[in-house]
Design a protein around this ligand. Structure first.
Ligand code: HEC
Length: 214
């Protein structure tokens, strides 16, 4: 009997000790065997902090920092790259249909920019002429699209813009490498490249036709 009472007492103390005060609130700090990372040096926004010489925790960006979201001038409108609209998606707002025409005004400088970007990014695969015979094709990649295919030259500008940014089957997208404005410049240049193959004599200004016939 004595041993039983002793055992019961021990069992009661052990049970209450382990589980008895669970959920009870106390203002005293808990006994901490391992502190883990409960307390640590850190910067809280908008609070003074001695770590930096100017005493602020929120530092200003270093001078010369380039914003990821520079506004783009599209004609008279200003568009940000995070906005969802025809300029950033290539689609008619609220639909999945591609826009037919490049939203940027086409100028000689815009085309020249597109040519330069095309030659850097696209020509290794599609070739400077756009015929799919870039240097990569010599190493056995046989399915590089010929951009003069009727299927591609009849696509709306928005669809080409989408392909440049997000890829198409075996072609990967270049949205992370090429800014939105540059993607549209490439689309404009690609249109010029395609036109150079399908244009007729009537597309040449009358005073220049004689030069071609020579
Ligand atoms: C690494 C190689 C590579 C690069 C770089 C590349 N492409 Fe492609 N592209 C391909 C391949 C391969 C296909 C064919 C995809 C398929 O149908 O499997 C293709 C297909 C296309 C198509 C046709 C898509 C369709 O509707 O079928 C267009 C338009 C195109 N590329 C434009 C471009 C432009 C513009 C650039 C430059 C920004 C570019 N590509 C860069 C490999 C490349």
């Amino acid at each position: 009997m004595r041993y039983f009472l002793l055992a019961l007492l021990l069992a009661t103390v052990a049970t209450v000790g382990v589980a008895g005060f669970r959920g009870a609130l106390s203002r005293k700090p808990p006994i901490e065997v391992f502190a883990d990372m409960d307390r640590q040096e850190k910067l809280r926004p908008q609070v003074p902090n001695g770590l930096f010489p100017d005493g602020r925790s929120s530092q200003l960006p270093p001078s010369g920092t380039v914003a990821r979201t520079q506004p783009m001038a599209v004609g008279n409108a200003t568009v940000y790259s995070f906005e969802e609209g025809p300029v950033t998606t290539g689609r008619i707002t609220g639909t999945t249909n591609f826009i037919e025409l490049n939203p940027f005004p086409i100028s000689a400088t815009f085309l020249a920019r597109g040519q330069e970007r095309y030659q850097i990014t696209c020509s290794p695969c599609h070739g400077a002429q756009g015929d799919g015979k870039g240097s990569v094709s010599k190493y056995g990649w046989a399915t590089i699209a010929n951009l003069h295919d009727k299927r591609i030259s009849t696509q709306p500008d928005g669809e080409i813009f989408n392909t440049v940014g997000y890829g198409k089957s075996t072609m990967s997208g270049y949205a992370s490498h090429i800014s939105i404005e540059d993607r549209w410049a490439i689309v404009a240049y690609l249109r010029a490249l395609q036109l150079s193959r399908i244009a007729g004599i009537e597309d040449v200004p009358a005073d220049k036709r004689a030069l071609l016939k020579k």
